[in-house]
Structure formats: C-alpha cells, structure tokens
Design a protein around this ligand. Structure first.
Ligand SMILES: Nc1ncnc2c1ncn2[C@@H]1O[C@H](COP(=O)(O)OP(=O)(O)OP(=O)(O)O)[C@@H](O)[C@H]1O
Length: 718
C-alpha cells in the first residue's frame, strides 16, 4: 500500500460510521425498552392479580434488558468478519459484546457468544472457516481508535480489500491494565476459544502456565454458558470459586462487563454461608487441616461427649432411684449414634435410648415387688423438666464452628486423632485453634482471631456430619384470624421475589474453580458438595501449586467430579509478562524444578527486570525509591509483594497510594499489575508454602515492569 496511514484512516472512518449507527440504534432501543417498562407499570391499573403477576414479569424482563443496554459498553463493537459470499447471507458481520438488530431486523452487531461469531475466534489461515479478513476494532468509548486486520484467505479477497496493521493480539496485549482485569473478548485466541465454547456438560480441565489466560477463559466461559442456556444457568446459578477475597474483588468487575451479573463469586474462605475469612494457617498446619485424614478426626469429634455435658443422670421414679453413670451414658450415646442419623437430628433417638436404659434399670429394681407400665413410664419420665434439661445439656444442638473449637483442646484432639495424626501434628493443629468458648448463637464463630481459610472446609464437613439444626415448631394457625394480604406490595410480592437460596444450596448448574492447583482435598470436598448436579470448569497450573500432596488433591478432585467425562485443554502462550520478565521467573523455577513445562512469553519490551541487592539497613530506602520509579514508569497499578512476616514493616516504609496494593506471596496468586515490586525474594522462597513455585507466581504478576529488592547478593543465583 502506497500510503498505509491514509488507508488505515479511511478504514477507521468507515468503521466509525458503523459504530455511530450502532450507538444511535442503542439509544432508540433503550428508549423503547423504557417505554415498555412504563407500559408494564400501567398494566397494574387493570387491578386483578393475574395482571399484577404479568406486570411484574414484564417489568423484571425489561429492567434486565435496560440494564444490559445501559451498561457502559466501552468498545461495544470490537470485531468484523468479511466472509466468502454464500447464498444471500451477509458477507460482513460486526462482532460485539451484545447483539443488536436494525429496524429491518438485520444484524448490526452479533453477540460474541453467538454461534455466528465463532469464526472470529477460531478461523486461521489454514482453516479460514469462510473468513476472508478478520478485523479487530479498538474503540475508546464510542470512538474508533484503530483497526488491525488478519487476512486469512488471500485467494478469496476481492480487489482493493484493505488490510491494516498486523498482530492485533500483540497490540492488545501491550496495553496497560487497570485495577480490573481486561476482558479479552476481542482477542481470544483459538486455543482459548475451544475451551470457552466446550460443551457445558462434564468437566473442562484447563491448564497452562502463568499469564496464559486461564482466569480470563474461565470467566468468558461462564459468560458464554449463561448466554447459551440462560434459563438453566440463571435458575441453577453459576458458582465461581477462587483463591482470596482480593482476587475475587479483582475479577468480580469483569463478569458484568462481559454482559453477565448472575454469578456467585466466592473466595475459598467464603464458600460456607455466613463465613468470611482471609486468615491463613502456617503451611505445616494448613497441610494437616487440608488432608483427608481430618475426616476421621472430625467424625470422632462429632461422636464425642460435648465439653461441659453432665456425666450422670439421676432421677427418682415411683420411689426408685435410677442412675446412669458415665459408662452407662456412653453406651446410650453409642446406641443413639448407631442409626447413622446426623447429630442434630438424632436427639429424639438419644431421648428414646435414655428412657430405655432407665426403664431397664427400673424394671430390675422393682423386681417382683410391683408392676410398672412401660408406656406410662416413658410418658412420665419424658415429660419431666429435669429430664428435658438433662437431654438439652447432654445432647445439645451443635454448630460447626463450635465443634471445630473442641480441636483447640489438645487432649481432646489427641483422642480424636488416634493414629491418624502424629503427636507433632496434634500439637500444631490444637495450637492453631482457639479453644472452646460458649457461643451465644448457633452460628457464632469462636472468639480469638476467628477461623482460617482451611478451617472453613473443616466446618463445612462438620456441617454435613452434624446436619441442620431441628426446625422450630410451626406456630399453630390462629383460629380467629386469616392471613390477609393487605397492601399492594404484599400482594405482588410472590411474583417479584426470586426465591432465596437456602444456606446449604448445592444445586448449582455450573461450578468454576480457579487456581485449582491450590485446593486441598478437604476444600475439594467442600466445593464438590455444591456441584453435585453441575457441569464444571476447572482451571489451574500444577507448577504454581503450593499443596504438598498433589496426588491426594487430584484424587479428591476426581471424587468431586463423580465420574463425569472430562475434556482437557492446555494453554501455552503467556500473554501477561514480557519475555524479559518471564525469563527471570523461569530461571527461578527451573533451578528448583528443571522439568516443569513452561509457557512461552511472546511480547518483547527491551526493559529487563531490575534486581537490587542491598544491605539490610538500606532496604526501606531502596524499596521506597523503587516504588516511586515504578509509579512513574507505568500508568496503572503497582503490586508490592513481601514475605508475610515482613508485611507490616514494609507497610511502614512505603507511602500510601491508591494505585498500590501490598500483599503476601499467596495473596498474589491470580493477580496482575502493570508494575510489581518484590521484596526479599529469597525469604519468600524459604518461608512461603510452595517455596520456589510460589516465588515463581510472584515474579509473574507484572505486565510491564518488575523490580526485585533483597539482601542476598547471590540471588537469583546461576
Ligand atoms: N487472547 C488474549 N489476548 C489478549 N490478552 C490476553 C489474552 N489472553 C489472556 N490475556 C491477558 O493476559 C493476562 C493474563 O490472563 P489471566 O490472568 O487469565 O492468566 P492466568 O492463566 O489465569 O494467569 P495466572 O495463572 O498467572 O494467574 C490478562 O491480562 C488477560 O487479559
């Protein structure tokens, strides 16, 4: 092309005309939708109940649509396909975040998730799928900033077809990120697209090194599934589980921008309802708490006598003194447990067994002196308030965190552990749990620092072993009153409300697990309970695993999948890091694990990472200067990662800045920043769970600049 710039400008102008039409149409549709909503409200004036229900359904649908149209669609249109002519089908399609049609019902924009958009992601020069030219259109707000073309089928190109720029993918990768992960709908690569659009049933296992787009693909897959079968996924729900709250906050903004907001996002410390924690145990304690051996420990705990329970029952019946001592009570407890009913539902069996034991004693004592009636005995004893009080104290309703707190008592834990845990493990785990205190309510968590992330999976296991607390009896209907729906709002309530999910909801239609390599076996059991009827998307990188026994975790994962068919995908290109940054990370992990397969970073920046070794006394100053340099060098966010035991000190060294996040090594998982400052890498490797692998994760968080500051002059070694 004689004048490339002029061609590009002409193509940009042509796309701008289309984009203008799209936004004009969007305005019309928005107004029409708002009008329909007003009509919906007008329906209510008809006054009968059916009209109200219809009104609510209509208003609900319309407000959803309006919300979709109102969302700030930065770059609503991002692609275009020029296709080989086929019958009278359109030869040009524009691809975007939302599907829109013009007044004649011709497509103005095709939703990226629709089948017709598939070729945008999958076509290659060797398999063009009818695509002659694929164009990526980059918009800033409603303005077309530039276009980038791939000519996939030169033989089919009409004369004069312009081809602008090259490497749309690399161009998009080089741009800076904000605090929120960029969504990548415009540049999803073929290997990623296959995973995004894989069939919904069974399980997709997606692996790949750092920055290969696993999280992005998982989120796009959730958006794709919701689009493909909205009814199923909206009613069942999609659960996305990730590592830490800071990571979940980071991605929770992405789904709405993909056009979806009906997904439940939970960090691992939040999977159990009413619980939210980010506290971590030391690696040694987390390893014990996460292992399947804890199942046995918890089963024994649930069967044990609760702390403070009475060890003797004594009552007088018809002049007979009846006594059950600790040994007899233990026998009664075992008999009540033999049915296998969860503890909180088994109190009636405990009552029955107590009465039976007392009855046997009464019969023996009475001998032949006088006759006793079994039924009367049971009624009379069972009605006594002292008996009620005893049962309530001896077989109390138990809450998961209450039973967990028993493990803070070392002698108890030793009994439960038997041979399952070593004495050292017992000591470690007991020391990590605040000992029992009397809870005020059923779901009170123990005092002290509160539960850790690993405790949440244990509490979930206990929740199942204990069963739900018995329901309070329903109030008797009032004979003199009928329930009256008086206000208008009350009458329309049933139509408006989407039913609340119960706290033990486990019928998600799809479960996505991110950073799956870090789930402990007990965490797999917790997540598995919520996906019994679900399709699964599991993404992770075995090389980033901090879990000491990967085989046990894989077995637990397979159990969670319950024999579902799995499809595996592997991503091999690192889109996040420049080749220079990734080379340093690769060097560190290769030294520890020479055989690990690593992805390829394709983007070169000519800015190698800066590595400073300084005396301990100079560490604060050097960190301050390095941070200031990073903030000046990149437009977006900077992550500072330091060993956990240094975090408080580092916080004191650095000025507060809203562009800066300070985090420990494990919290860095899944995060992404324009610039990253790593403090004391050697200490991170020596102290964090996962060692070299965790340091590898930390060193792969930056898109543009990486600075490493430490006191070991030999780091990173040869
Ligand atoms: N096809 C693509 N085009 C442009 N950018 C992409 C593409 N795929 C991924 N990216 C970008 O690469 C970065 C890394 O993606 P993501 O965080 O999903 O990787 P990951 O595999 O989950 O990484 P990690 O395992 O290190 O957490 C993100 O900024 C994402 O937007």
């Amino acid at each position: 092309m004689a004048d490339g710039a002029a061609t590009a400008a002409a193509e940009v102008a042509a796309e701008q005309r289309h984009v203008d039409r799209v936004y004009a149409r969007l305005d019309v549709l928005r107004e029409e939708t708002a009008e329909s909503t007003r009509n919906g409200f007008a329906l209510a004036r008809v006054g009968n109940f059916g009209a109200l229900v219809e009104r609510d359904a209509m208003v609900y649908q319309m407000s959803r649509r309006l919300r979709a149209l109102d969302a700030e669609y930065d770059g609503l249109v991002f692609g275009r396909l020029d296709l080989v002519a086929r019958g009278d089908a359109d030869t040009t399609l524009h691809i975007g975040r939302l599907g829109l049609r013009d007044e004649q019902y011709r497509p103005l924009v095709v939703d990226w998730r629709a089948p017709a958009a598939g070729a945008f992601y999958r076509a290659t020069p060797t398999d063009p799928m009818g695509v002659i030219r694929r164009r990526v259109i980059r918009c800033v707000g409603q303005r077309v900033a530039d276009v980038q073309d791939d000519l996939l089928d030169p033989g089919a190109a009409p004369d004069g077809m312009a081809v602008v720029g090259e490497g749309a993918l690399l161009a998009s990768m080089a741009r800076a990120t904000g605090h929120r992960m960029r969504d990548i709908v415009a540049t999803i690569a073929r290997e990623q697209d296959e995973a995004v659009r894989a069939p919904a049933s069974g399980a997709v296992l997606l692996t790949g090194g750092p920055g290969t787009g696993k999280t992005a693909v998982a989120l796009h897959r959730a958006a794709y599934l919701l689009y493909s079968d909205r009814n199923r996924y909206e009613s069942g729900g999609v659960l996305i589980v990730g590592p830490a709250p800071v990571f979940m906050r980071y991605i929770e903004r992405v789904l709405p921008s993909l056009g979806e907001d009906t997904v439940t996002l939970r960090a691992l410390g939040e999977v159990l309802d009413d619980t939210s924690t980010d506290r971590r145990d030391s690696p040694a304690v987390a390893a014990v708490k996460g292992s399947l051996r804890m199942r046995q420990v918890l089963r024994r705990a649930v069967r044990d006598v609760p702390p403070g329970a009475p060890d003797r029952l004594r009552l007088v019946y018809a002049g007979l003194v009846l006594t059950l001592d600790a040994k007899a009570l233990a026998g009664v407890r075992r008999a009540a447990q033999r049915r296998g009913t969860p503890h909180n539902q088994a109190r009636r069996y405990a009552r029955a067994e107590l009465i039976e034991a007392l009855w046997q004693q009464a019969v023996r004592r009475a001998a032949n002196e006088y006759a006793l009636d079994r039924e009367r005995f049971a009624d009379e004893v069972g009605d006594r308030s002292e008996f009620h009080r005893f049962v309530a104290a001896w077989w109390p309703v138990l809450a998961p965190f209450e039973v967990l707190s028993w493990l803070g008592d070392e002698s108890r834990l030793r009994r439960y552990a038997g041979r399952v845990l070593t004495p050292e493990e017992v000591r470690l785990v007991a020391a990590s749990i605040a000992p029992p205190t009397a809870p005020d309510t059923l779901f009170d968590v123990p005092a002290g620092d509160g539960p850790t992330v690993a405790d949440v999976a244990l509490a979930d296991e206990l929740r199942v072993l204990l069963g739900p607390p018995p329901k309070p009896p329903k109030p008797e209907p009032d004979e003199y009153q009928i329930a009256e729906l008086s206000t208008y709002a009350e009458r329309t309530m049933p139509a408006r409300e989407r039913p609340e999910r119960p706290t033990d909801y486990d019928e998600y239609a799809h479960v996505v697990v991110d950073e799956a390599q870090d789930l402990s076996p007990m965490q797999w059991r917790m997540v598995g309970r919520r996906g019994r009827y679900a399709g699964w998307t599991i993404v992770g990188d075995p090389a980033q695993s901090a879990w000491p026994d990967p085989d046990e975790a894989t077995a637990a994962r397979d159990e969670a999948l319950r024999g579902r068919r799995t499809r595996s995908f592997e991503l091999t290109t690192n889109y996040r890091n420049s080749a220079e940054i990734f080379a340093l990370a690769a060097q560190v992990v290769r030294a520890a694990e020479p055989d690990l397969p690593l992805p390829t970073a394709v983007r070169h920046t000519d800015t190698p990472p800066a590595v400073h070794a300084v005396a301990a006394a100079d560490l604060p100053d050097t960190c301050r200067t390095a941070l200031a340099e990073l903030l000046a060098a990149v437009p977006g966010t900077v992550g500072v990662v330091a060993p956990d035991d240094l975090l408080d000190a580092v916080r004191g060294w650095l000025p507060a800045d809203e562009r800066v996040d300070l985090l420990g090594p494990l919290s860095a998982k899944g995060m992404e920043y324009d610039g990253v400052l790593v403090v004391e890498p050697g200490r991170i490797q020596a102290t964090a769970a996962g060692g070299a692998r965790t340091l590898y994760v930390v060193l792969t968080r930056a898109t543009q600049r990486l600075t490493v500051v430490g006191t070991d002059p030999a780091w990173p070694g040869a």
